[in-house]
Ligand binder design. Structure first.
Ligand code: ZN
Length: 164
């Protein structure tokens, strides 16, 4: 029986993400398909919404506004952090993301936006905040999530038994 995409389903798909122009930001085509658990915020809300009710074989281009993607961009200057504040083993490069400690000791992602002498400029916004996203998607398979996957909030490989 063909399953359609709903909360609690594990979906595998191929996708290519473009922003304005034809810039390819990322793509699974030519590699392993992406697996995600529907309804668990594994993917941006706009894409999750557009895929609801689709079935294997669905192909389409889904356009997601920034608000339903990585959020609107807030124009705040990046924060300057001394290089010495980063662990020595971390290779700092523009574009990488790191986890920092938030005000309540929670982990928050930050992105390196520039490197200057002994300073690192970081932002807490996703680099794609403010961008309209165009996902070229092809749904390959849809299956029920296992109990363990539902508890963890993410898929465990093609058969649901991949340990990590
Ligand atoms: Zn897990």
């Amino acid at each position: 029986m063909t399953q359609s995409i709903a909360d609690g389903k594990v979906v595998s798909l191929h996708y290519t993400l473009r922003t304005k122009g034809d810039d390819i930001v990322e793509s699974s085509v030519g590699g392993e398909p992406m697996l995600y658990l529907h309804g668990a915020s594994n993917i941006v809300p706009g894409l999750e919404k557009a895929l609801t009710g689709q079935a294997p074989g669905y192909k389409g281009i889904v356009t997601v506004a920034a608000a339903e993607g990585y959020g609107e961009r807030v124009e705040v200057p990046p924060q300057s952090v001394p290089r010495s504040a980063f662990p020595a083993h971390v290779e700092l490069e523009v574009g990488i993301s790191l986890l920092a400690r938030g005000p309540n000791n929670q982990q928050v992602p930050i992105w390196v936006v520039a490197l200057e002498d002994d300073k690192v400029l970081v932002e807490s916004q996703h680099p794609l905040a403010g961008s309209t996203l165009h996902f070229d998607v092809e749904v390959l398979t849809v299956r029920d999530a296992t109990q363990e996957e539902l508890v963890h909030g993410h898929p465990h490989g093609d058969d649901g038994h991949h340990h990590h």
